[in-house]
Design a protein around this ligand. Structure first.
Ligand SMILES: Cc1ncc(COP(=O)(O)O)c(C=O)c1O
Length: 398
């Protein structure tokens, strides 16, 4: 039933357990790991040359990423993870003193801490609103109206996830961005879970978002240590990096000049200091992997696995916190399969493993306020047999 991708992963995949926690950190195709290892060795052969030649190669990688994201590479900056990319955006955001930062009870804890840090450092207020109404059957239109209703005259920015870590609910960014813009409120998006799970396009659907950051090490299957930030061109003049380095001033050194010809914003945002480049270089094999198998196929094959789990568990009487397969396109739906942990009264957990007499199952246990949750995030490396076993293991926990 599912297209089999096992050969693409088998060299590095540990099959002594079933990994259904790709939402925390995905598995890279073996070619991506191979490339990173080879890059480490290649760098070491001539370290000075390797460092000097890295900048134009980083630009090419940014072009490849832009191609994948439907974005101009000039609007992107690379960082090792979404937390750092969001720090760059949020801490660098120029807000008048006494502004209100609005966010929600579904956000990732480390990101909430960035907001607390920003508010206390700069004298803003932070308001976290409960948006449990998104669990109900609700239309996109109503959801956007309710979210907009949470803003106040003091609100200057809304910080919200594209896909929430604890329930997988997807926010309709196109509609939300438009309404916020009418009110003069900025929209900053934590897109940790979106790249590689849904088809992002920054020149179409997302063109009215103000700031966005996404991880590449989850659903995109990129190397650990890869993520990006995107800034709407209209804000780039006032977006300054958190750290200064060689390319933050106009007199860019010769080694970085090829990169610098592509615009002031990406040049300013470039991490132009010594670092390990092998993770970023591994993105090249990842782009090639997506091209070989096609976005359409990979998105569909992830979806097939999620749908299979949702259907089989539903047949056992288990309902996700929010349905993924909704009857209407106009309804808010989830992208990640999450259940209340209490739905599995017999469960025995050790770290992230559901212990079973056959084989252990690794799941996500997202830490968000409210109910304890269990999250199942399959990916293309998961075989039909693994998912069948996972269902069997979960059936034993009910
Ligand atoms: C919604 C959300 N935001 C931010 C992060 C942080 O990701 P990272 O640790 O890669 O920066 C995560 C990680 O799971 C997440 O789910």
């Amino acid at each position: 039933m599912f297209q089999c991708f096992q050969a693409d992963f088998s060299r590095y995949k540990d099959t002594s357990f079933i990994n259904l926690n790709n939402g925390s950190s995905g598995l890279c195709p073996a070619v991506v790991i191979d490339q990173q290892k080879a890059e480490l060795e290649a760098f070491e052969r001539n370290t000075s040359w390797s460092l000097g030649s890295s900048w134009s190669r980083i630009w090419k990688i940014q072009e490849g990423l832009g191609d994948f994201l439907g974005a101009s590479p000039r609007d992107l900056f690379l960082r090792p993870n979404v937390t750092l990319a969001l720090n760059e955006i949020i801490m660098g955001l120029p807000l008048p003193p006494g502004s209100e930062i609005l966010s929600t009870n579904f956000e990732y804890g480390a990101v909430v801490n960035i907001l607390k840090y920003k508010a206390s450092k700069e004298g803003h207020s932070l308001r976290i609103e409960n948006i449990d109404f998104l669990y109900q059957d609700i239309s996109i239109q109503d959801a956007v109206d309710l979210l907009i209703g949470l803003t106040s005259p003091k609100t200057r920015v809304l910080v919200i996830s594209h896909i929430f870590t604890g329930n997988g609910i997807e926010i309709p960014l196109k509609q939300l961005a438009k309404k916020l813009q009418e009110k003069g409120i900025l929209l900053v998006v934590d897109g940790a879970h979106a790249p590689g799970l849904i088809d992002l396009n920054f020149t179409q659907d997302l063109s009215e978002v103000d700031y966005y950051a996404g991880n590449l090490h989850k659903w995109f299957m990129g190397p650990k240590g890869t993520a990006f930030g995107w800034v709407n061109p209209k804000h780039q003049d006032k977006t300054m990096p958190l750290y200064a380095s060689w390319t933050t001033e106009k007199d860019v050194p010769p080694a970085m000049q090829k990169y610098a010809t592509h615009g002031e914003f990406p040049t300013r945002m470039l991490w132009s200091h010594s670092q390990s480049f092998s993770s970023y270089y591994g993105l090249e094999s990842c782009f090639a992997f997506w091209k070989t198998h096609s976005k359409k196929t990979i998105f569909q094959e992830i979806q097939n696995r999620i749908n299979y789990l949702e259907n089989e568990l539903q047949a056992l009487g288990l309902k996700p916190t929010k349905k993924l397969q909704s009857p209407s396109k106009d309804q808010i739906k989830a992208r990640l399969l999450c259940f209340k942990l209490s739905d599995f009264p017999k469960i025995s957990l050790s770290d992230l493993f559901v212990k079973s007499k056959h084989v252990d199952l690794q799941v996500g246990l997202p830490r968000v306020p409210g109910n304890a949750l269990l999250r199942l995030t399959p990916h293309i490396h998961n075989s039909q047999e693994e998912l069948q076993q996972a269902i069997e293991i979960l059936r034993e926990q009910i």
